[in-house]
Ligand binder design. Sequence first.
Ligand SMILES: Nc1ncnc2c1ncn2[C@@H]1O[C@H](COP(=O)(O)OP(=O)(O)O)[C@@H](O)[C@H]1O
Ligand SMILES: [Mg+2]
Length: 394
Amino acid sequence: MLPIYDQKSRIKLVIVVLALVIGAVTVIYTNLLVRRLSEREQQQINLYARTLRFLISTEVEDANMAFLNTEIIEANTTIPVILTDGEENIIQYKNLTVPEALSEAQKDALLRREIAEMKELHPPVVVNLGMGLRNYIYYKDSQILTQLKTYPLVQLGVIASLGVIAYMVFSTSRRAEQNRVWVGLAKETAHQLGTPLSSLMAWQNYMQESERFQGEPVVEELAKDVKRLQIITERFSNIGSVPVLKDENIRDVAERAIDYLKVRVSRKVVFKVESLLDPATTASVNVPLLEWVIENICKNAVDAMEGRGSITLILRHGGRNNKQIALDITDTGKGIPKSKFDTVFQPGYTTKKRGWGLGLALAKRIIENYHKGRLYVRWSEVGKGTTFRILLNG
Ligand SMILES: Nc1ncnc2c1ncn2[C@@H]1O[C@H](COP(=O)(O)OP(=O)(O)O)[C@@H](O)[C@H]1O
Ligand SMILES: [Mg+2]
């Protein structure tokens, strides 16, 4: 049974690694594009600078030439640029949104802010006009380039949220399916046990009344087994439907469960039930199901001890605001490593040759789904022992 868990975690690892690789490739590839585009924009600005110098410093007589140069300037429809003279007076700007409604002073202030921002990004391109005259071209990345820079982040965000959503959808649908299996199997079992059980009860009645069997110990033994079968059927039918919870004295329930177990395991296992609660304290429980849980946990405890040791049940207040009722079941067995504190509750997890790994999974369902309580490993040390805690609502 163990390999399923190893396999599962390996698949998870592969998926995570794959996602990381895809993420890394995207980032690297986009970075490459960003660098290329950035280089091209730089070239375009340089071309713009050269054109400008040419236009200003040449006596342009050739109308065609002037047209060509204007064309180059106009060709830049993406990179925001501001042209200033040597004293930072704004001569011209392009590809910047400056609302027409603004006053000249406001426009100027807005463009100055742009210049400050542009200075941070790139040093301005200096256009030498000769005779000590200079113009400056300030520019920043085009919107496309800026978007491309943030694109991998957006993409990774989308991939991550898709992953989370997919995980949530799959795990809820898997849980719903597991629920149907548990409930269906329990109902079917209760149903199948029902018929032979009623016939057994009829036989038992017949024997009790018949002269032939008077005084025979078999009658009493049969009665005990029938009673036990009835309890088992009740458990399955309870887990297959919405169980009724009633206020019950927990100490009594615990003691009854222990009394049943005590006589069925080695004498060298010592059972103790202690209560730090007011003797009248009750909790809202379904008795057949809670007994099943206690039995399962105690049977595991016995298995963990190889026939010798002690099992102590202590009742106290605990949980949320100390308002819940805690039943701690402590054994002196082989213990559970910390890494397995959660795993032991997964259906199918067992370390036993003849184990099904369903006991604790069932117990957890009974406590958490049917009683809205909690069941967890409260303490354990390998070689020393284990404490399971059941939290119930008062
Ligand atoms: N008290 C305990 N001490 C040590 N190990 C435990 C204890 N209770 C449970 N385990 C571990 O949890 C596993 C799962 O328990 P369970 O779900 O009852 O299935 P099973 O008893 O069939 O193995 C056990 O195989 C064992 O390894
Ligand atoms: Mg078990």
